[in-house]
Design a protein around this ligand. Structure first.
Ligand code: THU
Length: 130
């Protein structure tokens, strides 16, 4: 069920620090343990120094000791479904697989659903051992 993930992403969007774009985004990822980690976008007066909601959520995942994700939700009160930006797709691919579902949601709930592989075909990766 994705309802808890979408709710976490919505809650995170309410915490967004987006005084420059006013575009508040929340992201939530489900770790392999089943636990949900959320984060928001954090902008900066030096615009390029701001960052997206997705890496904030991934930071919470890694800080909890997890490194695999099974589901992603991105929430924004936008006219069109908010998709993860290109850089965030690569960041998500680090911890997910081509089959990982990525849900876009807004005030009315789920709006669109893709897989990470559809959003980022041929993602760059290196063989690593943890
Ligand atoms: N943003 C995200 O946080 N995640 C996305 O998936 C798309 C864009 C943020 C970055 C910036 O703070 C604001 O949305 C407007 O681009």
């Amino acid at each position: 069920m994705s309802a808890d993930l979408i709710a976490a992403a919505e809650g995170a969007a309410k915490r967004a620090y987006a005084p420059y774009s006013r575009f508040r985004v929340g992201a939530a990822v489900r770790g392999a343990s089943g636990a949900v980690y959320a984060g928001c976008n954090i902008e900066n007066a030096s615009y390029p120094q701001g960052w997206c909601a997705e890496p904030s959520a991934l930071s919470a995942l890694v800080m909890a000791g997890e490194t695999r994700i099974t589901e992603v939700a991105v929430w924004a009160d936008s006219a069109r479904p908010c998709t993860p930006c290109g850089g965030c797709r690569q960041k998500l691919a680090e911890f997910g697989s081509a089959e990982t579902p990525v849900i876009s949601a807004g005030p009315e709930g789920e709006r669109a659903r893709w897989t990470l592989g559809a959003l980022l075909p041929e993602a760059f990766s290196l063989e690593v051992e943890e």
